[in-house]
Ligand binder design. Structure first.
Ligand code: GLU
Length: 328
């Protein structure tokens, strides 16, 4: 088999974070250059050629359309480049789920695309970055990683972008996969897939948007009133995602205001502030009557990303938005 040749796109995050002290608490995300990270990786003797391209050196809380556009363009270029067999994106973990899902929605699936991050800075005691990176190389080098959409490699697990979610602020196994479990188990030495690729030969599901509309997440809280909904409409939101209680619930006055927004042409998706669980249509909320969309398995961050993409490509009809959420 010919040696894997992997494009490595650096964006920053804790995997490129440097504290300057192995035991200190504070650090700067993206402090370490991609080239320095690859030098450390080369010392591990991995059987792949890595082609570095630094896109940014930021904490992923600051990521947005310009970096996403650069990542998407670089991935598309690599998809067309016969010499490149796979792609790795190093990324902060705070918004890894958003970047992974946006690229999952807008890239074809014929080459592996792997997002990788770390929970501990590179110079901390027990840093997880190099192991996660070595795992990512293992995944991106494997032909079986193609045809699965974008995946996230963290803590010896491979998670599908549509399922991955950051569920802890600090521990190294911070990511969960919901509603499906992880796709594979990976170590620098081994890789075991739990099922066959499920998106073989798929084209991009959506065009990459020329810009992204303003879509806000409104978290429901007991005793709130409808004014936050009106404030969001007042600043020109083109869509609203409710991070509701339980199965996407909110006080009646808030639901009425959201239904008014939907009638006025601002799509509203009901997701949940709860960690896990589906939000289905017409359970306690009469979505049919109110003109609302149920987020199903997508949590607020991914629901917002999908709604932004849909609005950007001109899909604003409730039935079509619901169909997109139903297919996750
Ligand atoms: N907030 C930073 C980021 O998301 C650091 C967190 C991390 O990478 O784990 O880039």
């Amino acid at each position: 088999m010919t040696k894997a040749r992997i494009l490595v796109l650096g964006t920053g995050g804790t995997i490129a974070g440097a504290a300057g002290s192995a035991t200190g608490g504070g650090y700067r995300a993206g402090g370490l250059a991609l080239a320095a990270m690859l030098e450390q990786l080369a010392a591990l003797g991995l059987d792949a050629e890595l082609v570095p391209q630094e896109v940014a050196r930021i904490g992923s809380q600051d990521i947005g359309w310009p970096q996403w556009q650069a990542l998407h363009a670089a991935c598309l270029g690599a998809m067309d480049d016969l010499s490149i067999t796979g792609i790795i994106i190093t990324h902060g973990t705070d918004t890894a789920e958003e970047t992974a899902f946006l690229l999952d929605l807008t890239l074809p699936t014929h080459k592996p695309v792997v997002l990788v991050g770390a929970m501990r800075p590179a110079d901390a005691v027990g840093a997880d970055g190099m192991r996660n990176f070595a795992n990512a190389v293992k995944v991106a080098s494997d032909r079986q990683a193609a045809g699965r959409g974008v995946v996230l490699v963290m803590g010896d697990s491979v998670l599908a972008a549509r399922d991955a979610r950051k569920a802890a602020t600090a521990q190294i196994d911070a990511f969960k996969s919901f509603p499906r479990g992880s796709l594979a188990r990976v170590t620098p030495a081994n890789l075991d897939w739990f099922g066959p690729p499920h998106r073989v030969g798929e084209a991009a599901r959506y065009a990459f948007p020329a810009s992204l509309p303003r879509v806000a997440i409104l978290t429901a809280g007991a005793g709130m009133d409808e004014q936050p909904v009106q404030a969001l409409l007042g600043i020109g939101c083109k869509g609203v995602v409710l991070a509701g209680m339980g199965q996407g619930n909110a006080p009646a006055c808030v639901l009425t205001a959201l239904a008014d927004a939907a009638v006025a042409g601002v799509p509203v998706v009901r997701s949940t502030r709860v960690d896990e669980g589906l939000v289905d249509r017409n359970i306690e909320v009469d979505d049919d009557a109110l003109g609302l969309v149920a987020a199903r398995a997508l949590g607020p961050a991914k629901a917002r990303m999908l709604l932004m993409v849909l609005i950007a490509v001109g899909i604003t009809d409730v039935a079509r938005i619901q169909a997109a959420f139903d297919s996750g």
